[in-house]
Design a protein around this ligand. Structure first.
Ligand SMILES: *[C@@H]1O[C@H](CO)[C@@H](O)[C@H](O)[C@H]1NC(C)=O
Length: 255
């Protein structure tokens, strides 16, 4: 089934913005942040493959060439080799630096929140999320606020995803700098949407911020990622990225 789904994704232009059974890869990227994360993963994976092959190759050679059946007394090879010791100390250090540089670059790029066009405040509760669009106020001065609960399995409609669908989605425009301010109201939650590259702790009494620019329209699914109590698995997140026109008409329907 999983193989079928991933084969299907090559054939059909359908983006993977929610997990599927037995998935081992990433979801499809929708933000520059997540693109950077996947790229860093691939970079590090390259070193991982090279090092693994090298280590297993050396181990096998040693096991074959220096087995007691071939060389009677092994301890006579015990010796110091200054050159080889220098090489196997300095090379890993250089590899670590080669990994650290792109890693820090990504870290600081993700940390940056530069002049966002709009702000959405996210608050984690036991056990639901609430959202506030404080940039926009209705005629009577109220800002847009709503709670977002999971749709229970018995109420699901055909095509909706179990444990991932919510009653009120977070609707945001595409190609817009959006700032999410994340906080917790009772215990620590974590607002995580994989395809957007967001995983942000929601800590009571503190505000965390992150910024995204969503590059394609879509419905992005996420879940709370910090064990927050018995209903921790039942407070999913759904972000719906729409065109600016659709977003504005959604705003109108909210005020
Ligand atoms: C959010 O805030 C908490 C506490 O202030 C901190 O530990 C955490 O690293 C912050 N950032 C993210 C990405 O969760």
């Amino acid at each position: 089934m999983a193989i079928f789904t991933s084969l299907l994704s090559f054939v059909l232009p359908v983006h993977c913005d929610a997990p599927y059974p037995w998935q081992i890869g990433f979801q499809d990227r929708a933000t520059p942040t997540f693109e950077g994360i996947v790229e860093l993963h691939d970079t590090i994976f390259f070193y991982l493959v090279v090092i693994s092959f090298l280590v297993f190759w050396m181990l096998s050679v040693i096991m074959v060439k220096f087995s007691t059946s071939k060389v009677g007394i092994v301890h006579k090879y015990h010796n110091h080799g200054t050159l080889i010791e220098l090489v196997w100390t300095i090379t890993p250090a250089l590899i670590l630096i080669a990994i650290a540089i792109p890693s820090f670059k990504l870290l600081y790029l993700m940390d940056e929140v530069n002049s966002p066009t709009m702000t959405v405040k996210v608050a984690g509760h036991q056990w639901y999320w609430s959202y506030e669009y404080s940039d926009f106020v209705s005629a009577d001065g109220e800002s847009i606020e709503f709670d977002s609960y999971m749709v229970p399995e018995s109420d699901l409609e055909l095509g909706q995803l179990p444990l991932l669908e919510v009653d009120n989605r977070v609707v945001v425009p595409v190609d817009t700098h959006i700032r999410f301010i994340v906080t917790g109201q009772d215990v620590i939650h974590d607002w995580a949407v994989p395809a957007l590259g967001i995983k942000m702790d929601a800590v009571p009494g503190r505000l965390n911020q992150t910024s995204v620019i969503i590059q394609r329209e879509g419905t992005y699914y996420g879940q709370c990622s910090e064990i927050c109590g018995v209903y921790h698995p039942f407070m999913p997140i759904v972000v719906e990225a729409v065109s600016l026109e659709k977003y504005l008409s959604w705003l109108d329907s909210q005020v």
